[in-house]
Design a binder for this molecule. Structure first.
Ligand SMILES: [Zn+2]
Ligand SMILES: [Zn+2]
Ligand SMILES: [Zn+2]
Length: 360
């Protein structure tokens, strides 16, 4: 992500900040220009400190301090471009529900930041009633005998369901450990599930199976049986040679979604490194030097992303270990995985170019 600063006092501020810690200005993120703005109260709305002619108001979810995104004052609708896709949200009559939703919303807006950086906004249900994007944040079901049936995270024809309880560290960590996963985050869930949505829209609905199958294999194998087999027998022992995770081995759809999540992890983290001017220049190891001297959202290739990402992720992991923390990127990018990322890179960039043409 970009590095943001308060427009009033130049203090570095974060994407999720509500207020500048130095000058006290109210802050909000405006998706139209992808900037954090310092704000001044203006009657029933706000105006930008740096551009007082521009009037804005907060997303309706700012009321519960769930969202810090802005809408032009004269714009329609009460929700921001991220929250307006929500259908079912956690129970806000309970403090737990509000806190879960805050964490979920933060991850959701982080996902949307990347989509908006490419100027890609997924169709909603008004534009595409059968397959448009919708989010359901689902509570677990507590049965009369006290038994808890966990809600399922997943994607089905545009509906992305996120198990709200995964916003609780204990629940998420238990799920991570029981599935033997090295990495499990809310942001990772959003980036994975949107991958399934993208597959529907850019591969299936466009009949682009040939290129997909050449890289990920034939998705016509029975999905239910494939998952069952995965949960019973696990991944093949040599999975790391061609897959990014054990789950990616379950079915080509999951492989695509896993790689899509990683493509977003890599692009977003490289942009953050670029924002902070982080370069890697290990003593005595010039072959591992890297600098993000390009915009990762407009990279020439996945190869370009990966050649900066590998040294950077190795360094971040080493720093994590110095703090007694697990690796932040516990994955290996083998050549077949890089080929999958290259396919995704071309898929996304082709859509970006198409969008630009539509807008022109
Ligand atoms: Zn400030
Ligand atoms: Zn919002
Ligand atoms: Zn999936």
């Amino acid at each position: 992500m970009r590095l943001f600063a308060c427009e009033s006092c130049d203090q570095v501020v974060h994407f999720d900040n509500r207020q500048c810690v130095r000058c006290g200005h109210r802050l909000g993120f405006l998706p139209d220009d992808l900037k954090m703005h310092a704000l001044e109260p203006a009657d029933d709305a706000w105006q930008l400190t740096a551009d007082p002619g521009r009037r804005v108001r907060f997303c309706a979810n700012a009321g519960l301090d769930i969202c810090n995104w802005l809408i032009p004052a004269e714009g329609e609708g009460e929700f921001c471009v991220a929250c307006h896709y929500n259908r079912l949200v956690p129970n806000t009559n309970m403090q737990d529900g509000i806190e879960r939703w805050r964490r979920i919303s933060q991850a959701q807006r982080h996902l949307f930041y990347s989509l908006l950086r490419w100027r890609l906004s997924p169709p909603d249900r008004t534009e595409d009633p059968a397959g448009g994007l919708v989010f359901d944040f689902l509570e677990d079901e507590v049965q009369s005998d006290g038994n808890v049936v966990p809600a399922m995270t997943g994607h089905d024809e545009g509906v992305i369901a996120i198990r709200a309880a995964e916003a609780d560290d204990l629940t998420r960590e238990q799920a991570r450990a029981s599935m033997n996963e090295p990495y499990r985050t809310l942001l990772g869930h959003f980036r994975h599930e949107i991958g399934h949505f993208v597959w529907n829209k850019l591969v299936r609905d466009r009949d682009a199976f040939e290129g997909f199958r050449a890289v990920f294999g034939d998705e016509r194998q029975d999905y239910g049986l494939a998952l069952q087999d995965h949960y019973q027998n696990g991944a093949p022992p040599d999975w790391q040679l061609s897959f990014i995770s054990t789950y990616a081995t379950a079915h080509p759809w999951e492989d695509f979604a896993e790689c899509f999540a990683h493509y977003l992890h890599i692009v977003d983290t490289l942009e953050t490194a670029r924002g902070f001017g982080i370069a890697i220049d290990p003593r005595g190891h010039e072959e591992m030097a890297a600098e993000v001297d390009f915009d990762p959202y407009r990279a020439a290739s996945a190869e370009q992303l990966v050649s900066a990402w590998i040294p950077l992720s190795v360094a971040i992991n080493a720093i994590q270990r110095s703090m007694g923390q697990p690796d932040s990127y516990p994955f290996v990018l083998s050549p077949p995985v890089v080929a999958k990322l290259e396919y995704l890179h071309r898929l996304i960039q082709a859509r970006v170019a198409e969008r630009r043409q539509e807008a022109a």
